[in-house]
Design a protein. Structure first.
Length: 404
């Protein structure tokens, strides 16, 4: 056959074939559609397999396809079945890209993560991993390739982000292995790579006791003298009077506040230890909440601190930046450190202090027996602390542990 003969093949009243030899034929249908067909024998049976439509598949291309099909048949395989398997493997290969698996990993864990944790991991993937690795089959990603990706992040000066990105990648590779779509974990192999020198650990700065009077002065200011929004002031007061973590405060809803019992029931999804937590509210916290209620209470499911951002409530850095604006170079976590220091120095039960801050008991045996929530003691303790902050209690009070 020649290319000219293929082009010249016209439709007839019925299907007919032009033979090229070695099993390759051009089938011409009544409609004029011309398709390549390869005839072969397998297990003493004559079979045929389609090789594409002419002229999209030229004569030369059809001959190459016929040779490949002949090798498949010589190996004892059905050509049509082999083609379906190959096609399925390509589909599976496309579904096994790093980007696809990373997105699935995010979705799989979303319900068990806080919104902040999900947003951080999603951002690391989107900014640092997806651009270079997203479209690659996950098993094709080698340690040297991953090294170049993480090195870019590290060399740009975001050393903490580089380590977090590597850790996220390690979890994605681990997830791929667990779901039988990957075999290796180059990110885990890079854990101790000496190129990535870890920056020195920077602990949260505690709010010094000596600064509390100044902070209280700033938080009591009103009108033009107050540099912060009323909602932000209330959030800082709640952080100080409860010891709750930043995210537990920012995402609060009015349904969690019980004014009659003077408690705040924080749901498990906003607690670090993933367990619901009840916090006693001293009278100062209730006063702040009553003031806030007039501004933001739109029903039990409304947020205490609403905004128009992605999640509908106060943004992640709001409280830290607010403290900085007031002249305090600390985070909300620094208030938790203050609470720990003051209450322990005042002689309160350390177990009650730890429970108030929702710290995990490191001793597993002791944790199994220490089931009390110390609610009554914590209520007295946090009221004492709020009074201390307001200056109603002197700083040299000790021996509270045995107080009635």
């Amino acid at each position: 056959m020649t290319e000219a003969a293929c082009k010249a093949a016209k439709p007839r009243d019925k299907v007919y074939y032009l033979n090229d030899g070695a099993g390759l034929r051009l089938r011409v249908r009544e409609s004029g559609i011309r398709t390549w067909v390869f005839r072969y024998r397998l297990n003493n049976k004559e079979l045929s397999a389609g090789l594409g439509v002419y002229p999209a598949v030229s004569l030369q291309s059809a001959r190459i396809k016929a040779q490949e099909a002949k090798q498949v048949a010589k190996a004892g395989q059905n050509i049509s079945t082999a083609k379906r398997i190959a096609k399925q493997e390509q589909i599976v290969k496309g579904a096994n890209t790093f980007g696809v698996i990373a997105a699935e990993w995010l979705g799989h864990n979303k319900s068990s993560w806080s919104a902040t944790h999900y947003e951080r991991n999603e951002g690391l993937i989107r900014r640092y991993l997806e651009p270079d690795l997203g479209k690659l089959p996950i098993d094709s990603i080698t340690e040297p390739l991953l090294f170049t990706v993480i090195k870019k992040v590290y060399d740009n000066g975001t050393k903490v982000s580089a380590e977090r990105t590597r850790a996220v990648a390690a979890q994605i590779f681990s997830y791929a292995r667990a779901t039988h779509r990957g075999t290796g974990n180059p990110a885990r192999a890079m854990t101790d790579n000496p190129y990535f020198r870890r920056p020195p650990v920077k602990h949260y700065a505690a709010l010094d006791k000596a600064l509390v009077p100044k902070l209280m002065v700033e938080l009591r200011k009103t009108g033009p003298a107050q540099l912060l929004d009323v909602k932000t002031v209330c959030a800082l007061k709640l952080a100080l009077y409860t010891g709750l973590r930043d995210h537990s405060i920012r995402g609060a809803k009015w349904s969690e506040i019980d004014f009659q019992r003077a408690t705040w029931q924080v749901p498990a999804e906003r607690m670090k230890l993933r367990r619901a937590f009840t916090v006693p509210l001293p009278k100062q916290a209730l006063e702040a909440l009553n003031e806030l209620k007039r501004l933001t209470h739109k029903g039990v499911d409304s947020y205490l601190f609403p905004n128009n951002g992605k999640y509908g409530y106060m943004a992640e850095n709001t409280l830290r930046l607010a403290l900085h604006r007031l002249g305090f170079q600390v985070t909300v976590h620094g208030m938790r450190s203050l609470i720990t220091n003051v209450l322990n120095e005042a002689g309160f039960n350390p177990d009650a202090v730890e429970r108030q801050l929702d710290h995990k008991e490191p001793n597993k045996v002791r944790a199994a027996y220490l089931r009390s929530d110390f609610m009554e003691e914590r209520t007295r303790m946090m009221q004492w602390f709020a009074d201390w902050c307001d200056g109603a209690t002197t700083t040299n009070v000790i021996g509270i542990r045995g107080a009635a």
